[in-house]
Ligand binder design. Structure first.
Ligand SMILES: *Cc1c(COP(=O)(O)O)cnc(C)c1O
Length: 422
């Protein structure tokens, strides 16, 4: 499968029916699975044998979705979660505990920034933040003996900066910590972070993977390319008493991190994906390669139009500036940015409010990455809980409007913005 192109994988990977079985991944709407004898159930429950037992820790429809994304990302194993936030919580808390330290980019999705800055702190996990373009040695100075993870987003939301994977993966290797990348905005069609030194990849499936704004979900993919046997992660390498002393590194040598995530996190925290949503994500993934091309064409056209407009103070889009283009050429599988852009509108909050009210094709919604064009004012919505200083650190200015450019006709989108700006 893995030598096929992205389009073929988007459509075919993850589910191969046998003779007489449904062509399309069926929705297995069942919490439980039947067994014949007690010894069999015991083997499944103690991780000696694979088998579905209860849909909190695994379900065939969810497996098909996990497999499709795993193959698209080129990872070793994947686990789906109830939301993108749950995916990041899982990815981090699977290895961080009280007394540990994280190093993270500041330009993060609002929920992720808050997770590091507030919630993890309350659990005794501290985070040091860096600006993505800070020199390597300045970021290196943030690492401590108890640092256990390096975190960033491929395309920061909504700063839209593309990570310097070379610099960050060098730092992760130098300090021997896993490098976790949230690849939501780039999608596995545009960028595969495992090719550039990432060890764990997360997605909010609620965005481009769904593509139609129907469902909330997330996924964590283990690259299987980090050696956990360095004494820093005893919860992965030492016997787990809750599974009769099983060692994840022994039982699941290809992806012990992921095995632990499924066995412990899904069991204890329970943030699993529903089969219905997995089905819709699988359907969405079948057109991801086509949609990303259309999102990108429309985003470039709108960005170009906005750049020349007298009321527009700046336009942010990775396909526009030289650094963004260089990073796309280096790290992206396609010569493409994503479908999200930002721009500044002069005239204060009143002007922004009036502009938003005048839009007809685009709508004001708290979302990115679906087929419909949408706009948002991050400073008063997704990032409203941050101080203005924290907002600026996250790449947000008071005049910034974020646009998730949809896949309607290019002309209709550009004309809509033109009349609203008028
Ligand atoms: C939306 C988003 C999340 C959170 O995902 P949900 O599915 O909304 O919980 C995390 N990271 C990024 C980059 C996002 O855009």
């Amino acid at each position: 499968m893995s030598n096929y192109g992205k389009g073929t994988l988007c459509i075919q990977a993850g589910y191969t029916p046998k003779v007489g079985e449904p062509r399309i991944t069926p929705i297995v709407q069942s919490t439980t699975y039947k067994y014949d004898d007690i010894a069999q159930v015991n083997r499944v429950m103690t991780l000696q044998e694979f088998g579905y037992k209860y849909s909190r820790t695994g379900n065939p429809t969810v497996t098909a979705f996990e497999e499709k994304v795993r193959i698209l990302e080129g990872g070793a194993a994947a686990v789906a979660t109830a939301s993108g936030q749950a995916a990041n919580v899982l990815a981090l808390t699977n290895i961080l505990k009280e007394g540990d330290h994280a190093v993270s980019a500041t330009t993060l999705y609002g929920g992720s920034f808050s997770l590091f800055n507030n919630t993890l702190k309350k659990y005794g996990i501290e985070t040091s933040f860096f600006e993505t373009e800070q020199p390597e040695e300045e970021i290196a100075a943030l690492f401590r003996p108890n640092t256990k993870v390096l975190f960033g987003e491929t395309i920061g939301n909504p700063g839209l900066n593309i990570l310097d994977f070379d610099k960050l993966s060098r730092l992760a290797r130098r300090f021997d910590v896993p490098f976790i990348v949230d690849n939501t905005l780039a999608t596995p069609v545009l960028c595969n972070p495992f090719l550039h030194g990432a060890n764990i990849v997360t997605h909010s499936a609620s965005k481009y993977i769904d593509g139609h704004a129907t469902s909330i979900g997330g996924i964590v993919i283990d690259g299987g390319n980090y050696d956990w046997n360095n004494g820093k992660f005893p919860d992965i390498t030492e016997p787990d008493p809750t599974y009769y002393g099983a060692r994840y590194t022994e039982k699941f040598p290809k992806a012990p991190y992921l095995a632990k995530a499924r066995a412990q996190f899904l069991r204890d925290f329970g943030a699993c994906l529903s089969p219905q949503n997995a089905f819709l994500f699988t359907l969405g993934l079948e057109t991801l390669h086509l949609r990303m091309r259309a999102h990108r064409e429309n985003a470039l056209a709108l960005a170009t139009f906005l750049t020349d407009h007298p009321r527009v103070t700046f336009v942010g889009y990775p396909g526009l500036d030289a650094l963004g283009r260089e990073r796309i050429a280096k790290y992206f599988l396609k010569d493409a940015g994503s479908g999200v852009l930002t721009f500044g509108l002069s005239g204060g909050i009143e002007a922004i409010d009036l502009f938003v009210k005048k839009l007809k094709v685009a709508a004001l919604v708290v979302h990115v990455g679906d087929a419909r064009t949408s706009v948002l004012h991050p400073a008063s919505s997704t990032h409203a809980q941050l101080t203005e200083e924290q907002q600026r650190a996250s790449g947000i200015t008071p005049d910034m409007i974020r646009v998730s450019v949809g896949i309607e006709d290019t002309k209709d989108i550009v004309e809509d913005f033109e009349q609203a700006l008028q």
